[in-house]
Write a protein that binds this ligand. Structure first.
Ligand SMILES: C[S@@+](CC[C@H](N)C(=O)[O-])C[C@H]1O[C@@H](n2cnc3c(N)ncnc32)[C@H](O)[C@@H]1O
Length: 262
């Protein structure tokens, strides 16, 4: 369904719909998505999800991704018989096996994680794997202020004379005089507060999570994709940031929610 010139969304199985998109010769610059996590949620009992299905999705993602394109895969494990399944790791290794680079293992940290009663520390993060098809063609890093902006970090010999005796004693030989810069790259742990969105979908990720990844790995006009669209968060933030968007959602009820959001 064409929402407008910049946004197409489909109600169907992502494996089938991705094949149709691939057959049309479309390539996407960025995927920001979150698949089902093991069998943690039933999604209205309409979803079957296992490693074989995952492999089909991963292979189609490789085909549909442009050279230099990126896939952001937000995922976590179920705990079964007292052990985390390790599915997230297995998936990451499979992505690498089929040709993606594991460009960065980022973390989506939840500022307001839900306290549960169990014998391990509270689960407060999810993996946010960044896979790339070759070298990422776009990187617009989010910058944050340096705490020590303007302070001298190390002293070259030419500056020794400018320092008092005590400082000069501590200054290492042959080092260049450097001031701490005003800003630096955001760390690869991204912290967001959950909630506040009444969407009718059980597993929505934060708008800001999608936005941060979209502005980092694409430029205006680029094509962003989400094969597990859910309530349509990636689509909404793509359009707000002047990117084009294609999304797929299997469950009709969630597709209807995403239609309103996009
Ligand atoms: C973790 S949720 C995604 C939530 C989304 N990121 C958001 O912010 O709303 C995963 C979604 O994938 C959908 N899904 C599961 N299997 C699918 C498939 N084979 N094709 C398309 N969508 C599927 C589920 O119905 C569910 O809405």
């Amino acid at each position: 369904m064409q929402i407008n010139n910049n946004c197409e969304i489909y109600n169907g199985d992502c494996i089938e719909v991705m094949q149709e998109i691939i057959d049309k010769g479309v390539k996407v610059d960025l995927t920001v998505t979150s698949p089902p996590y093991d069998n943690l949620r039933s999604y209205e009992n309409k979803v079957t999800w296992d490693f074989e299905k995952f492999k089909d999705v991963a292979n189609k993602l490789y085909e549909i991704t442009a050279d230099g394109g990126v896939v952001i895969w937000v995922v976590n494990d179920q705990v079964r018989n007292g052990s985390e399944t390790g599915t997230s790791f297995k998936q990451a290794l499979y992505f690498m096996e089929i040709g993606f680079r594991l460009h960065d293992t980022m973390i989506f940290q939840k500022a307001n994680y839900i306290p549960l009663t169990h014998n391990r520390y509270e689960q407060s993060f999810e993996y946010m794997f960044c896979f790339s098809k070759g070298k990422p063609k776009t990187f617009n890093p989010i910058m944050i202020p340096c705490k020590n902006a303007g302070k001298v970090e190390s002293y070259g010999n030419e500056r020794r004379s400018l320092l008092d005796k005590k400082q000069a004693m501590r200054a290492p030989e042959g080092k260049t005089f450097m001031k701490t810069k005003d800003t630096k790259y955001h760390p690869n742990i991204f912290t967001y507060t959950l909630g506040g969105q009444k969407t009718g979908h059980p597993a929505v990720f934060p708008d800001k999570l999608a936005e941060d990844q979209i502005v980092t790995w694409t430029n205006e006009g680029d094509l962003v994709f989400d094969p597990f669209m859910g309530s349509g968060t990636t689509g909404k933030m793509s359009i707000i940031n002047n990117r084009r968007f294609i999304g797929i959602e299997l469950v009709k009820g969630y597709f209807e929610i995403s239609k309103k959001k996009n």
